[in-house]
Write a protein that binds this ligand. Sequence first.
Ligand SMILES: Cc1cc2nc3c(=O)[nH]c(=O)nc-3n(C[C@H](O)[C@H](O)[C@H](O)COP(=O)(O)OP(=O)(O)OC[C@H]3O[C@@H](n4cnc5c(N)ncnc54)[C@H](O)[C@@H]3O)c2cc1C
Length: 469
Amino acid sequence: MTTAASTFHAITSAGPPVTPPAKSLGTAVVLGGSIAGLLAARVLADHAATVLVMERDELPEGGVPRKGVPQGGQAHVLLAAGGGFLERWFPGFTDRAIEAGACLVTTDRVAVYDDGVPRVNGADVRRLALTRPFLEDLVRAELRAVPNVKSLTGRVTGLEFGDTAVTAVTYESAGVSGVEPADLVVDAMGRASRVSDWLEEAGWDRPPMVRVISGVNYATAFFRRPPGTPGVGLAMNLTGSKYGGAASGAIAMAVENDRFIVVQGGYGDFRPGSTAADMVARCRTEHPEPFGRAVEGEMLGEVATFRQADSRRRDFCSCERLPARLVPVGDAVASFNPLYAQGISSASLHAGALSLFLRSEPDLDVPARAFLDLQRVVVDAAWSISTTGDAAAAAGAGTRTLAQRVSGWLVARVVAASMTDAPVNRVFVEVTQMLRHPSELARPGILLRSLLAARHRRPDPVPPLVREP
Ligand SMILES: Cc1cc2nc3c(=O)[nH]c(=O)nc-3n(C[C@H](O)[C@H](O)[C@H](O)COP(=O)(O)OP(=O)(O)OC[C@H]3O[C@@H](n4cnc5c(N)ncnc54)[C@H](O)[C@@H]3O)c2cc1C
């Protein structure tokens, strides 16, 4: 029987086809050359004679943020699902990334805290730690070795349609307008993608947008890290009700070029660490010792702040009138509360779903509903993890139904047990790293262990580097 969990497993483990399939597409055009577009391009290269990636930005060298990806300067954690995808589709990627300067953080160098209380490390997960622009550069370099993937610097301005399908992409490049005929169009233009407008203007259904207010504020800064620094490579601390009921958190991560990237995030009016002095003081006095250590070196540049108002998803599945030969991926479909670090890994799973879809030899002259159904499993999984708390907070606890209160209570037990019980922690980590479907947390064995774990003694909090007088 096919379940959401088994579909999720098929997508998370999808690798390149063992036998190269017949190329069913002439030209596939990918709109947007950021993470989701690049990963989709790799998958499409097995199925299209030519893959053309259109990106409006001139791409800077050297792993620096660029205009079209305004969040690129903020700390990005690459979850295990995204790291696994990169290794499967670009074999040797992890080693080449480390060779280029990325840090490999093994489980023994990960420290996760809840209000300073350390969590047990039950899962053996190797993580690549690097900045978002550096990761994008590495993926782009990998794609340069795929001969049928081409790129074009230009701004996509619209789509052309036949009676039943998308037929071409219109664009402007160096001041000149162009039209590129396409056998398949992939929308990877991020959360501000205009494809919904273009669909509506041409008489197709506009995918309804679902929003959940999160109102997350981020502040990120870099600090010099002595080369080869041993100790914690990735520290995360969630602080619960400390600030008027709103959760907040901090991450310190070793990244390329001998730096620590440090981010503090919070909800609502709470804007933590948005000045250099505040960032350093909070790391030294409010978070466990590794945070204080991470800000001991010289601060490099300024604190960069960012605010994301909501999580949002576009429900293509519910559209009755959709053109064939169009698929959306990445933030263009769903973008989440960044504290859960799901964006890049979601984009990689969308690419995995696209591969499974194309390998099933679908009829490309009808809307790609089979792809959208696969993708929905991924979006639902990520959405359920990252928006449940935000939605409850936005609605107010009093408005929840009995079923929601019971399930909220059970989730709280599992989360609490993941602090102290290694088997529960392992499943919890694998679910939050998007390696397993969230329904795995509701297995009877996990729920039972979680209830029994209430008897465990929680370790003492790890003190900050400097205790306030
Ligand atoms: C503060 C913050 C922190 C985050 N932290 C994490 C994290 O820790 N881990 C994680 O996995 N994710 C994180 N994310 C999410 C992550 O940044 C996104 O999910 C990811 O970048 C989405 O990639 P994308 O390719 O779908 O879209 P984008 O990266 O937004 O790229 C869209 C691309 O389309 C191009 N484009 C747009 N319009 C046009 C046009 N008309 N013509 C041509 N090109 C166009 C843009 O220039 C851009 O290159 C975070 C997000 C934020 C805001």
